[in-house]
Design a protein. Structure first.
Lengths: 351, 364
């Protein structure tokens, strides 16, 4: 009973009072549609690029026959597609969680500076040791992400007083300063950072599956934590007092959510560098598709986040031929309008 | 009951501002002309000017190829031959003038914006104007060279950015928190455009790339000096002519209206001047951040006046940029960095402090 009522109430209060209770069937259909979308985009990601290969050529390459050069190209596209899917899913889930715990559609761990913080930590560690730090990267990134969360909260002052706006402003400032720091480090030590440009803006090019294996524990931990917290987030949507009277420990859900988001975000950043706006845009679309129940939002965000990042990567590979555009640039251009829409829609920002 | 407070409110709101503001002394020229003079602003302008001259002399005289301060006056009129002369006339000379000009333009632009939005955060770099102008420069300079001159591109980009911000807030410039967050979004989009252009056109030229992305005056010539000089020649007199009306608007729209100021027209004109100044600066130096934010703030704090101190703001902007560029040229830890990275680092921290203060006072 306590599990059900917050869900229904949350669904009822959604979208300026328009009642929008989704049935189980329609939500399942939406998830299946998202899964199909992801599969189609993944297939496209193997085909598209600076050299477009036909489907039959890709098939030949995958089965080990055909042009060896082409085989190389296609096998290069497999890891970036997988990593893109994992990163997109992680960032989208982190966005759902942060928007849940702040009860604000502007919540995005990227906008709060978490990704840039993780990136800055990795850059610092790399500069000190002088070489790439390998398997330790994700934990350094995690430490940086958590330290940035603490810093942003400290800069913003008491977060309860003003809602999310001070957090967002503090996040923008901290990102600006840390981004400057990263750029300065990379520009002054070209020898160390020659192949590490992606610490400034996230990119999927040249990432290897071994890195994914190193990061996987953090991502899995974050995802499990997120799934455990989903019903707690539903209760939180009704307000702190209501959640408390439903038997949910509000501070525990908030802290756990923050940890989950930091884990997911740090893992994603350790893989591909900082990417903003996925965590902002995807939850918006997900809410419109499956409603406000976080137990549905999280799986939908996984599928849609993966699709969006792979799509952005494909766009980045096509529009800047013969080179490619970093995926973080494409997501910023596509995702930033959601920020403007959220601001214009009103409720998110007072004043 | 309902009418009385309505009538009184603008005056009541203006009273503390008037009380905190020293009445200007009048400097009379003959019987007909009286110029208002703020002693505090004048003294500080003098001090900043001296600081600017010191920084300029240091810029020209430090390092192996510098010219010693005592021989500098002669060298300015008759440049020596050889490496030192080359450094003066083609490297450091134009660079110094561009730093002064860009700093001044950004200072004016920031001061005008802050007075129009009535908020210290309403500065061109916070609301995405600089990033928009930078995207315009990247498109006109790199992507489609020759279609439009780069200054026109900067102007169009800046105007597009401010229009999007204006529309996204839903309430024009009356909601500072929304302006800033919309500005974050517009900046992100503009940066994405710049990144796109740069990665298509300048894949391997890291230093030029940094100039487009962070703002740099590492390799400017006399052409850049010309552009920024024209910008200032347009904007300084216009801003000066607008400043009395703007100072009335600072006391409140209805009070200014009752004093015979055309509020909307003045505000629009001020925004146009500010956009032109920022666009000129970005054309020459790229999107250098946070000078336009900090210079007017410091000016206001020094004069302790709510009124606009355009001249001091321009001087401070110039001083900040010249000092930052001096660091970029001479400090071992900063050598070769684009100057925009230095200003962004220091200015970002200042912006953080400012945001917190404004938020706690509930003025956002």
């Amino acid at each position: 009973m306590t599990q059900l009522s917050p869900t229904h109430a949350a669904a009822r209060v959604s979208r300026s009072g328009r009642a929008r209770v989704r049935t189980l069937g329609s939500r399942t259909l939406i998830l299946i549609a998202l899964l199909l979308l992801l599969l189609v985009l993944s297939a496209l990601s193997l085909v598209a690029g600076s050299r477009v290969t036909s489907v039959s050529e890709v098939w030949q390459a995958l089965s080990g026959t055909g042009n060896p050069h082409l085989q190389l190209v296609v096998t290069e596209r497999i890891p970036r597609t997988i990593i893109g899917a994992v990163v997109g899913a992680s960032l989208a889930v982190a966005g759902v969680i942060v928007q849940g715990i702040t009860r604000n559609p502007l919540g995005d761990p990227g906008l709060l500076g978490v990704s840039v913080g993780a990136s800055a930590a990795v850059v610092t560690a790399t500069a000190i040791t002088g070489t790439a730090i390998g398997a330790g990267t994700v934990w350094v990134a995690l430490a940086g992400a958590l330290a940035t969360v603490v810093l942003v909260v400290l800069v913003a002052g008491r977060p309860t007083a003003g809602g999310i706006v001070p957090l967002l402003l503090a996040g923008a400032v901290v990102s600006a300063v840390l981004g400057t720091y990263i750029q300065a480090m990379i520009l002054t030590r070209p020898a160390v950072f020659d192949s590490f440009r992606f610490w400034v803006i996230g990119s999927l090019s040249g990432r290897r599956l071994e890195t994914l294996a190193e990061v996987a524990p953090a991502l899995i931990l974050g995802l499990v934590l997120a799934l455990i917290l989903a019903s707690g987030l539903n209760a939180l949507a009704l307000g702190d007092d209501m959640a408390h009277s439903l038997g949910v420990s509000v501070p525990r859900v908030r802290a756990g959510g923050l940890l989950a988001a930091a884990l997911l975000c740090a893992g994603a950043t350790a893989l591909v560098g900082p990417i903003a706006f996925i965590g902002l845009a995807v939850p918006h679309i997900v809410r419109a598709l499956v409603g406000t129940d976080h137990r549905w939002q999280i799986p939908a965000a996984i599928l849609l986040g993966a699709s969006v990042l792979i799509a952005a990567d494909i766009v980045g590979r096509i529009i800047a031929r013969p080179g490619e555009l970093m995926v973080g640039v494409v997501t910023a251009f596509v995702g930033a309008p959601f920020l403007l829409i959220a601001v214009r829609a009103g409720r998110a920002v007072r004043g | 009951m309902s009418a009385a407070p309505h009538l009184e409110s603008p005056v009541a709101a203006a009273a503390p501002a008037l009380a905190g503001r020293r009445a200007p002394r009048l400097f009379r020229i003959g019987p007909g002309i009286a110029l208002p003079v703020h002693p505090r602003a004048l003294i500080w302008s003098g001090i900043v000017l001296v600081g600017l001259i010191v920084a300029a002399v240091l810029t020209l005289s430090m390092g192996k190829l510098g010219i010693a301060p005592q021989s500098l006056p002669a060298a300015l009129f008759d440049p020596p031959r050889g490496a030192a002369g080359f450094t003066l006339t083609t490297l450091r000379g134009p660079r110094l003038l561009v730093a002064i000009g860009v700093g001044a333009a950004l200072g004016i632009s920031g001061a005008l914006f802050q007075i129009v939005t009535r908020n210290p955060l309403g500065s061109p770099d916070v609301i995405g104007l600089g990033a928009g102008a930078g995207a315009g420069v990247a498109i006109c300079g790199l992507l489609w060279p020759g279609v439009l001159p780069t200054p026109a591109g900067a102007l169009l980009g800046a105007m597009l950015a401010i229009t999007i911000v204006y529309l996204s807030t839903g309430r024009g410039f009356a909601a500072p928190a929304r302006i800033i967050i919309a500005g974050i979004g517009v900046s992100a989009m503009a940066h994405a455009v710049t990144q796109y252009v740069v990665s298509v056109k300048l894949r391997d030229e890291a230093s030029q790339l940094a100039g487009y992305l962070a703002g740099s005056i590492n390799s400017v010539g006399w052409g850049a000096v010309g552009i920024i000089a024209i910008t200032l020649a347009l904007c300084l007199p216009a801003a000066w002519a607008l400043s009395p009306s703007l100072n009335q608007i600072a006391l409140g729209d209805s009070l200014a209206h009752s004093l015979g100021i055309r509020v909307t027209a003045t505000r629009t004109a001020a925004i146009i001047v500010a956009v032109v100044a920022a666009a000129g600066a970005v054309t020459v130096a790229g999107p250098i951040s946070f000078v336009a934010l900090t210079a007017p703030q410091i000016a206001q704090r020094l004069t302790r006046s709510p009124a606009l101190s355009l001249g001091l703001s321009a001087l401070l902007g110039a001083l900040i940029l010249v000092v930052a560029d001096l660091l970029a040229q001479q400090a071992p830890w900063a050598r070769g960095l684009p100057v925009g990275i230095l200003t962004a680092g220091v200015g970002g921290i200042y912006l953080g402090a400012l945001l917190i203060r404004e938020w706690r006072k509930g003025r956002l």
